[in-house]
Design a protein. Structure first.
Length: 405
């Protein structure tokens, strides 16, 4: 069945990345109709194939990140394997990789070589620390970059250790930033420019998310120091997590929303109280602010009713949902923020949706994640023009591998 036309139909992506950040960029391009050829390194392929949930050797983690891609498994330690990579790069619009700096060059695909081979190609390297600087050659994952960015230091109780987040936000965000850079580079190319090299760093992405911390430390001359404050924001109030009658609620009341919150709580006079009338004084009296709000929530006695009252006055509020709650959330289901997909091996299960919406392309594409090396013959024969004998020899020599996982 031919893939329906979408916004990136006609573009070819060579995906040499693994786990999350790079695969996110390539998967989003596949969701938008690009032809994505994923090359996995022999013998085991993408590391994410060994991450849970796994059943009968098939990883739901891998499936989520790699739907819509054609799969090759190549031994790039061999001259023939490196030749395959070179032949693919010559025919691609985009090359994405997230190996440690220098590794892609040892595969014969450093930027100078690739640019000479295919001047129109856009090459995107994603790494923990970028391609330059004192940290560049260190190995790293999302949480390593996060620790260096100052994010981890802000999570946890004031007098305790930092806490460990349970999701790879930096990987996903870096994949999105990389996508923006790739699409901008393609636009530049379509306007008559050449291909170019893109250097995306998880550390750069994390630090860009410091919307208050860095400018506040610098502009204040160090008088403002971002710090762990547990369930509350260190410099804005009220902005935090509050204990309700049944669970926890996030409440944010900025500017006039503080006046609205005071009215909801039946304490309109607090809006003019000098202890609470400005953000700075509310921060200075944060324990009292928290007590006022949590006492009111307890007096209401029902979190759903408290949310209804706050929403009626346009005070931003949300329950703290579990993952199981999000999967069942009607809004998430209606917008396909959480969607059910079907995998040939795992069957039906839920994954996050596509956060990119296009009015001219409203429908999702029917995509499948590849088995290991599933499209070796299709890509080498159909795209590169290798004949059956040559492909068979590469399989016999162990240059090409495939398994039903």
């Amino acid at each position: 069945m031919p893939v329906p036309a979408h916004i990136l139909s006609g573009y070819r992506v060579l995906d040499l990345s693994q786990v999350v950040a790079g695969p996110t960029t390539a998967r989003l391009m596949a969701e938008m109709g690009a032809e994505v050829i994923k090359v996995e390194l022999a013998p085991d392929g993408d590391l994410s194939r060994r991450l849970p949930y796994i059943r009968d050797g098939r990883s739901a983690y891998f499936v989520q990140q790699n739907r819509g891609k054609k799969g090759l498994c190549v031994d790039v330690r061999t001259p023939a394997g490196r030749q395959i990579l070179s032949d693919l790069a010559a025919r691609a619009d985009v090359l994405i990789e997230n190996f440690s700096p220098g590794a892609i060059g040892r595969m014969g695909l450093d930027w100078d070589t690739v640019h000479a081979l295919n001047p129109r190609l856009v090459m995107c390297s994603i790494s923990a620390f970028g391609q330059s600087g004192p940290l560049a050659n260190l190995p790293g994952y999302d949480y390593i970059a996060q620790a260096y960015s100052g994010f981890t230091s802000l999570i946890g109780e004031p007098d305790g250790s930092p806490y460990f987040p349970q999701l790879a936000f930096g990987d996903a965000a870096s994949g999105g930033f990389a996508l923006a850079a790739v699409l901008a580079a393609l636009l530049h190319r379509e306007r008559g420019g050449a291909g170019q090299y893109l250097d995306i760093s998880l550390l750069d992405v994390y630090v860009s998310g410091q919307e208050i911390g860095i400018q506040a430390v610098s502009a204040s001359g160090g008088s403002i120091v971002p710090r762990r404050t547990g369930r509350q924001h260190f410099s804005v109030a009220p902005l935090g997590i509050f204990k309700g009658a049944q669970g926890y609620l996030v409440i944010v009341a900025l500017g006039r929303q503080w006046d609205q919150l005071c009215r909801v709580m039946g304490r309109p006079e607090l809006a003019a109280d000098p202890r609470f009338s400005e953000n700075a004084t509310r921060v200075a009296n944060l324990p009292e602010v928290v007590t006022l709000i949590e006492n009111w929530l307890a007096s209401v006695g029902d979190d759903a009713e408290a949310i209804r009252l706050l929403e009626a006055e346009r005070v931003p509020v949300a329950p703290v949902l579990s993952v199981e709650d999000v999967v069942k959330l009607p809004h998430a289901r209606l917008r396909r923020t959480v969607r059910t997909i079907f995998d040939r091996a795992l069957g039906a299960f839920d994954v996050p949706g596509v956060p990119l919406r296009f009015s001219a392309f409203p429908d999702e594409l029917p995509l499948q994640a590849p088995f290991l090396g599933e499209h070796n013959a299709e890509v080498l024969g159909g795209l590169l023009g290798y004949d059956a004998a040559r492909i068979g020899a590469l399989q016999t020599q162990g240059v090409l591998l495939s398994r039903q996982v």
